[in-house]
Structure formats: structure tokens, C-alpha cells
Design a protein around this ligand. Structure first.
Ligand code: PMP
Length: 286
């Protein structure tokens, strides 16, 4: 089945899909995006992702490219046309195409691209059973990381640094030694008393959709959640540590900067959160 992308009103062959060289996403990273998980033929938490897309667009004064209900139809169509049963769907909106100038262009329609990609659930489960290693890096990003902007160069550099160090994620750490979030995920620990701890999403991190849904999962499992900062030192001494994102769900962190977390194996709580999320999440048939 050939891959199909949606680009500004047309469904086109993925390999031929293109945007204009003066798209502001390309020239200024003047755009935002969302990634939704597709699992067992359902789009997971699409409502929450579109709410966050709306917030990102509003914060940057970018117009919706199409009505929200139309975008829902396009997302489902792209997932269907690509035969994605398990995988992800990517949505990107930029301020549009205009002659290069820093100021917002007038009367320019925003650009919309939607793509979908198959995943490998068996491989993802295997990864969850092994856990991942993280490194810590100083925060180098701008102040508005609560907006899901396509300007991700610090994240690219941090995640490449992690890879070069034999790890799979990088945790940004603030000037006080407190963990902020990963290059593409939120960061959590579980204390010796089985309390889930994650940094408040008021400022300085992205309010992850998976993070929000995991609060509900935790409640269902009778687990307490505390929204507070935690240090790298506390994370290394925690019972468990894990990351969350739409594509990883909850994924155990077994090593931080070369030091094992607990016994260096994935913890049972992160694994049970991962198992329970699909039931709790909103599911839209693709
Ligand atoms: N923080 C950052 C920087 C991210 O890129 C992501 C992934 N989109 C997340 C957190 C997790 O967000 P979500 O659970 O909505 O995927």
C-alpha cells in the first residue's frame, strides 16, 4: 500500500508530497504540530490533542487551516488511506506561505500537512520490557516550550547527544538541578512510597496529553500523583522512573547518566500504567 500524505487540500503520494520553499514553517519554524498514537485501529485522545493544537495556534495567533471537524475527518482519512492500525498520525500547521519577512503576513491561509506511519507494537512492547537509558542535559530551549512549536533544534541536539552516549532520551535539567522533561517526552519518578511525581505543567514544560491521561490511569489504579519538581539526584534514588508521550505511552527509565535506577530493570508500576492507558483514553475509530 503506497503511503499517502495530506498537503493543503490534496491527498498525494507521500514520496511526492511537498510544501513551498517560502512556507514559514520551513523558513522560521513558524508553526505547530501534534502527534497522536494510533492503537488497535483507534486514534487515541484525539480530542485532547486537538484542544492542545487549538491552544498552540491561539498562543501564536495562527488561524485554524480548516474547521476542527474537518481536521478530524482528514486525520481519520489519512490513517485509513495508509492502512495504519497501530502507529501514529502527525499534524502540522504553519502560518502559511509568504515572501520572506519576519512580520505576520496578511490574508495568508495557514498550511496543513497530515501524515501517518505504521508502528511495530511487538517491538514497542519489547522495548517497554527492557526500558530505556537517559542522559541529562542543561536546558537550552526558549521559554515557551508549553507551545508545541516545530522549532525543535535543541531537542534534536539533545536526543542526538543521548544516542551518541548509548541512551534513548535526554532530560533537560534547569539551573537548580531539577528535571524538566525529555526531548520528546515528559519525565516521571515513583517514590519509595509508590507516589507518582511529575513536574507541574504550568511553565517550562509541555503539558503532555499522555501525562494528563496517565493522571486518570493512576487514579483508576489507586495510585497517588504529586505534581512537583524532582532533582536528578532524587530520580537516581527513586523506586522507578519513566517517560511518557503519545508514541511511548509510559516507558521505564532504567539508567540515568550511567547510573541504574533501583535494580536497573523496568518497574512494575510503569508497566501497569502502560497496560491500562488504552482502556482509559478516548478512542476514535480511524
Ligand atoms: N514534552 C515534549 C518536549 C514532547 O515533544 C512531547 C511529545 N509530543 C511530550 C512532552 C509528551 O507529550 P504527549 O504525551 O502529548 O505526546
Amino acid at each position: 500500500m503506497p503511503r499517502i500524505a495530506y498537503v493543503n487540500g490534496s491527498y498525494v503520494a507521500h514520496r511526492d508530497a511537498a510544501v513551498h520553499i517560502e512556507d514559514r514553517g520551513y523558513q522560521f519554524a513558524d508553526g505547530v504540530y501534534e502527534v497522536c498514537e494510533v492503537a488497535r485501529g483507534f486514534i487515541v485522545d484525539m480530542g485532547r490533542h486537538l484542544d492542545r493544537l487549538n491552544r498552540s495556534l491561539t498562543e501564536l495567533s495562527i488561524d485554524w487551516p480548516v474547521h476542527r471537524r474537518v481536521l478530524q475527518i482528514i486525520i481519520r482519512e489519512v490513517v485509513q488511506r495508509n492502512g495504519v492500525h497501530d502507529g501514529l498520525v502527525y499534524v502540522q500547521v504553519t502560518r502559511g506561505v509568504a515572501s520572506r519577512d519576519f512580520l505576520f503576513p496578511e490574508d495568508v491561509a495557514s498550511s496543513l500537512v497530515v501524515t501517518a506511519r505504521k508502528g511495530n507494537p511487538a517491538l514497542a512492547d519489547k522495548r517497554a520490557a527492557t526500558g530505556i537509558k537517559v542522559i541529562t542535559v542543561p536546558e537550552t530551549r526558549w521559554d515557551r516550550v508549553d507551545i508545541k512549536s516545530v522549532g525543535l533544534l535543541p531537542n534534536v541536539l539533545a536526543k542526538q547527544k543521548a544516542k551518541d552516549a548509548g541512551a534513548q532520551e535526554a532530560w533537560f535539567v534547569d539551573a537548580e538541578g531539577m528535571v524538566k522533561e525529555g526531548g520528546s517526552s515528559n519525565a516521571w519518578i515513583i517514590t519509595r512510597d509508590n507516589v507518582l511525581v511529575t513536574r507541574p505543567a504550568v511553565h517550562g514544560i509541555l503539558r503532555g496529553i499522555t501525562r494528563t491521561t496517565l493522571f486518570e490511569v493512576a487514579e483508576k489504579l489507586g495510585l497517588k500523583v504529586e505534581e512537583r519538581g524532582f532533582s536528578v539526584k532524587e530520580a537516581k534514588a527513586a523506586r522507578e522512573a519513566f517517560i511518557s508521550s503519545a508514541t511511548t505511552i509510559s516507558l521505564s527509565v532504567v539508567e540515568i547518566d550511567g547510573q541504574p535506577v533501583a535494580d536497573g530493570k523496568p518497574g512494575s508500576i510503569a508497566l501497569s500504567l502502560r497496560k491500562a492507558l488504552f482502556d482509559v483514553a478516548e478512542k476514535t475509530p480511524a
